[in-house]
Design a protein around this ligand. Structure first.
Ligand SMILES: [Zn+2]
Length: 144
């Protein structure tokens, strides 16, 4: 499959605790002719340890006529370990603030990790860090 990462919108604001710049990127993961997921990634400069970046993926059908009933949303945070950054799946309701009508049913960590969705979810995360220079830099990925 040919993956393409589309940045739909980017926002910056001052972090409420430290005043550093917080970044939010909304976008889509496309593969060939279809859209596999919408994503939202948020992080704050210089703030990776106590306030890790988080990633939300709303997976399923997108496009005209589709609704949240055709999607599920899963979330993870990017934690720093001795071996480098690593994704840790969380209950998406702890980071997802948007309605299930838009992003789909909020999955718990157990629902993601215990199902077939986990491999799909981690592949999409990989594609996002591969296809976006800004997001890739969060995981230490260097783009040519
Ligand atoms: Zn802060």
């Amino acid at each position: 499959m040919n993956y393409e990462i589309e940045h739909d919108s980017e926002h910056e604001q001052d972090c409420s605790c430290c005043g550093n710049t917080s970044h939010t990127i909304f976008g889509y993961v496309h593969a060939d002719e279809s859209t596999l997921a919408a994503f939202c990634v948020k992080w704050t400069d210089g703030h990776e340890l106590d306030n890790p970046p988080w990633f939300l993926l709303s997976m399923g059908a997108w496009g005209d006529g589709s609704t949240g009933e055709e999607r599920v949303t899963a979330g993870c945070i990017l934690i720093q370990t001795d071996d480098g950054p690593r994704f840790s799946v969380v209950d998406s309701s702890s980071v997802e603030w948007r309605s299930p009508d838009l992003v789909g049913r909020h999955l718990t960590r157990d629902q993601v990790m215990g199902g077939e969705l986990a491999a799909h979810f981690f592949n999409l995360l990989d594609q996002i860090t591969l296809g976006s220079e800004q997001i890739g830099s969060l995981v230490g990925r260097v783009h040519a």
